[in-house]
Design a protein around this ligand. Structure first.
Ligand code: HAM
Length: 422
């Protein structure tokens, strides 16, 4: 038989990792709800065209990274490589534009990209996604940025900073792209092959190139900030004013263009110090044209997505602890067939009363059961033998003190409830 392994670029999240995941999810959901976000769950797969149109056919995500397949009905479907396109599709499909605007939605779940795996980069990973749909107000951009800031700061991250840029709009961007292209054509012998290709397919992405030979050309490229239309410049200035007012550190980064085509105006990332090459823990921005591209009403919107694996890697790198997930406090040990039945009944009763209970399985000696109770981290062991049963009691051992007490079976649930605080 072949030995199966998990697919390249995927992770098994083992029980001992789950305390991080529960902690991060609970913190994220608390923050989102506190700011008035409601949860939306969209399908894990959507029509391939939704992503091709929404994210952009010439992006790396669509060109190289999508898990696309034909179902048995011959429909081309794709595992979602992100949430935004699906959320906007749902907003349009359910006529959410008639609800009071803006609509604030959060999602949390797995996304899929055929990326090159390395630490912090996977093929199945999880995103917390936040979107504010139906407002142009730069205060919405600010709110999205502050939310993710609080997400990381609240988890105990240090050395956070915003990287910020504006990528303009369909009114001012085309002229800037022409300017950028003509600048690049003058330096075409200094740039990498990828950039030569990008210049034709997705010119803004040249600014994002990591190849060493391209860096001097990128550094000296005309910054888009000098070529924004009045509306974009004003929007950007208002956002920066807010950030200044709130004392949030940000770096204007004219190379920040992000990998998805739908962005207009604001784009940003949060970088965390000391977590290696994948310093961007989240990224987002405004996408005022996406709803229309997908056949809906014009809907200005802004959002962000945070990779949960990167958050957890970052927490470990920065030695941020999380509270452990406690095991059931009660362990039920038994000796003899009738005691075993009583223990099973008690386990059921304790659980219904909200007390975590672990029932020993099989017929084993007391020593072996106590050893197990110890390994499982139980606070109390309830021991029932034939003698106890005859007297209608159980022996309850407090595992911290070693003290043993006899408790009537009828009072046992209440007795343990008091002591375990349930
Ligand atoms: P994105 O920058 O493509 O944006 O992804 C957001 C975050 O997902 C990244 O900052 C990173 O934390 C995480 N991430 C991306 N790729 C991987 C990977 N291969 N492995 C692990 N983590 C990864 C979006 O997805 C946009 N939809 C964000 C958005 C929402 N913009 C507006 N609304």
């Amino acid at each position: 038989m072949p030995r199966f392994q998990r697919p390249t670029g995927t992770l098994d999240i083992l029980p001992e990792e789950q305390s991080y995941w529960e902690h991060v999810r609970a913190h994220a959901i608390r923050l989102a709800r506190r700011a008035g976000f409601e949860r939306i769950d969209v399908p894990v797969f959507e029509a391939t065209d939704l992503f091709a149109r929404g994210i952009g056919a010439a992006t790396d995500v669509v060109e190289k990274e999508m898990y696309t397949f034909n179902d048995k009905g011959g429909n081309s479907l794709t595992l979602r490589p992100e949430f935004t396109a699906g959320v906007v599709r749902a907003y349009i499909e359910h006529g959410m534009h008639v609800r009071p605007q803006p609509v604030k939605l959060y999602s949390i779940g797995p996304v899929f990209r055929y990326d090159r795996p390395q630490a912090g980069r996977y093929r199945q990973f999880h995103q917390l996604n936040l979107e504010i749909l139906g407002t142009q107000d730069p205060a919405a951009d600010l709110e999205i940025m502050l939310l993710v800031w609080d997400l990381y700061a609240g988890l105990g991250f240090r050395g956070l900073s915003f990287q910020l840029n504006s990528t303009g709009c369909p009114r001012c961007r085309p002229a800037y792209v022409e300017l950028l292209k003509s600048y690049y054509h003058r330096h075409v012998d200094q740039i990498c092959d990828d950039c030569r290709r990008r210049l034709e397919t997705n010119p803004l992405r040249v600014l994002d190139c990591k190849a060493a030979q391209c860096q001097p050309v990128i550094e000296a490229a005309p910054p888009i900030g000098d070529h924004l239309c009045d509306e974009c410049a004003d929007h950007f200035a208002q956002l920066r004013e807010y950030l200044d007012l709130l004392g949030k550190p940000y770096t204007l980064n004219h190379r920040l263009v992000r990998g998805l085509d739908y962005y207009t105006k604001t784009v940003f990332e949060v970088w965390a110090a000391g977590i290696g090459a994948q310093a961007a823990v989240c990224g987002g921005g405004r996408y005022d044209g996406l709803a229309e591209i997908l056949g809906g009403p014009s809907t200005p919107a802004v959002g962000v997505a945070a990779g949960l694996e990167r958050i957890i890697l970052g927490m470990k790198a920065q030695e941020v602890g999380v509270p452990p997930l406690p095991p059931p406090p009660v362990f039920l040990a038994h000796l003899g067939p009738e005691a075993r039945q009583e223990a099973a009944r008690l386990a059921d009763g304790l659980r219904r009363a909200g007390i975590g209970a672990w029932l020993a399985f099989g017929e084993r000696g007391l020593k072996s059961q106590l050893r197990e109770a110890n390994k499982r981290g139980a606070s109390y062991v309830v021991l029932i033998g034939e003698d106890e049963l005859a007297q209608g009691v159980a022996a309850v051992r407090d595992m911290r003190t070693g003290e043993q007490t006899e408790v009537g079976l009828a009072e046992l649930v209440g007795w343990l409830q008091e002591r375990t605080g349930r």
